[in-house]
Design a protein around this ligand. Structure first.
Ligand code: MN
Length: 488
């Protein structure tokens, strides 16, 4: 990957933008990472460059692409976030530090952390662009996973499949979701993956191409008769993981998954979508219950299209997706496309409720940005998420203190708490914790009881109950010392 390719990709989507800052970020990161190699032997700078390129592809804005180039600098080099702020300004610096914070989260495969992790992803980033950078970072890491030890490979793949891919789906970024899923599928179930890949890419490829041309040769004259212009027909690539999932869910063999033959028609207007549907249904008999109007009733993540399966040439079930160019881009770029198209005509399709909230806040903040900017996720406003030094995530009420955290970790950590380090600085036991804080409780081994005064500031029931219980016990113990014979 080269910086020139990134600049070209960015400029294609944003003609006329001054991209000097991209070149500057490249020189800064290249110098900072000089001499470092990735596990696969490549110069380290290749990783942030690939990350930035994927960001440019999904149409991230300029500060986000710059932050993509710089995203591993504070963690892995001598240069600091303060220097980044000096050189590139507060917006880029805040994106980079958001990514650094997210990278402290570790997946431990324990069920109860999963939900927390998902929420945290959303909550601790006050700016959705941080998540986009993290996604692209992860995608490039997945592509270069080969050289890691098997255990680590597995952990990263599982974490991606459990957390990253579903969130990409929530945000409607189909492109990232599918790419991540197929890469993880390959690492987690290599035999299944290669089996399917062979069947799909080798055995069926020629047949698929022949069939595609046959459908086209029948359809194109009819579309012209119906006076449909400026359309595109493409054979749809099916994602192996989605075929695999379908086989699992329905307990079917590869040949029985009927929508492997899939085509997509992209037309100029919504009106054309329904016209094309009419044409298709006139030529071939539709399969019952396989028609879905996601234009009238979009999917929860905002996805719009018409879907129909018909008995095509040779009686083969064939799936069509019919959509406008705008719908197509939305299905690939998700929320990013929303901003890209913002200047165009007002649309009234259904986005998920929380996405609408983001959009409303976004509108209040700025009307000039082409991308998600300064989004405050106030849907989780009453909760905060903090980390233990091991990277575990704890969900606490707002204004919770280190003592609440200590009791959330373990009763004994609470009882023996003597001090606290918050984000590598000495803190106070009664101070309010903030979202994303890294909290380390210092315990005094010989201490037996918690301090009753803590009751004045703790926020969680768990902490309060335990402090009270021990306060009773300590009074009893003191009495025992003075009044021999008393027992509980
Ligand atoms: Mn990285």
């Amino acid at each position: 990957m080269t910086i020139e390719r990134i600049i070209k990709k960015f400029s294609d989507n944003n003609p006329g933008t001054d991209t000097a800052i991209l070149e500057k970020a490249f020189i800064f990161a290249d110098t900072a990472h000089a001499g470092q190699l990735r596990k696969n032997g490549e110069p380290y700078i290749q990783h942030p460059l690939h990350t930035a390129y994927i960001l440019a592809e999904i149409r991230a804005d300029l500060p986000t692409v710059v932050a993509g180039i710089l995203h591993d600098v504070p963690e892995d080099t001598e240069r600091t976030i303060e220097e980044i702020e000096q050189e590139f300004g507060p917006e880029v610096a805040s994106l980079v530090s958001g990514v650094t914070k997210l990278s402290k989260i570790k997946y431990r495969g324990i069920e109860r952390y999963r939900e927390n992790l998902k929420k945290m992803f959303l909550a601790m980033t006050s700016d959705l662009r941080v998540i986009f950078i993290k996604f692209c970072d992860r995608l490039n890491n997945l592509r270069t996973l080969e050289s890691l030890p098997p255990e680590k490979k597995r952990r990263i793949a599982e974490e991606t499949l459990e957390i990253y891919a579903p969130i990409a789906g929530l945000l409607g970024i189909g492109r990232l979701k599918w790419q991540m899923e197929d890469l993880c599928f390959k690492y987690l179930y290599p035999e299944k993956f290669h089996e399917l890949e062979y069947e799909y890419e080798v055995e069926k490829k020629v047949e698929r191409q022949r069939f595609f041309h046959k459908v086209k040769s029948i359809l194109v004259p009819k579309l012209e008769e119906a006076n449909i212009k400026n359309y595109e027909i493409e054979a749809r690539f099916k994602h192996l993981y989605s075929i695999y999932k379908k086989m699992q869910e329905k307990d079917r063999k590869f040949n029985e998954i009927y929508d492997v033959f899939a085509l997509r028609l992209i037309v100029p207007t919504i009106d054309d979508c329904y016209k094309v549907l009419g044409v298709i249904h006139t030529i071939w008999r539709p399969k019952t219950n396989r028609f879905k109007d996601y234009i009238a009733v979009p999917k929860p993540n905002g996805y719009r299209s018409l879907h129909t399966t018909i008995f095509g040439p040779e009686g083969k079930p064939t799936e069509f997706q019919i959509r406008t160019r705008e719908m197509h881009e939305e299905s690939i770029y998700g929320i990013a496309a929303h901003w890209y198209y913002k200047s165009k005509s007002e649309r009234n399709y259904q986005q998920p409720k929380w996405v609408n909230e983001i959009i409303d806040i976004q509108k209040e903040i700025t009307t000039t940005s082409e991308f998600v900017k300064n989004i405050k996720m106030d849907i989780f406003r009453d909760r905060i998420f903090v980390f233990s030094p091991r990277g575990d995530v704890f969900e606490l009420p707002e204004k919770a203190t280190p003592i609440d955290f200590a009791y959330a970790v373990h009763g004994n950590v609470g009882n023996k708490a003597a001090g606290v380090i918050i984000n590598d600085k000495l803190g106070k036991l009664d101070q309010e914790l903030k979202n994303g804080d890294l909290v380390e409780v210092i315990v005094e081994k010989n201490r037996q009881y918690p301090n009753k005064d803590w009751l004045k500031f703790v926020k969680t029931k768990r902490a309060r109950d335990q402090i009270k219980a021990h306060a009773k016990k300590s009074t009893l113990d003191k009495m025992k010392r003075f009044i021999p014979g008393i027992n509980k």
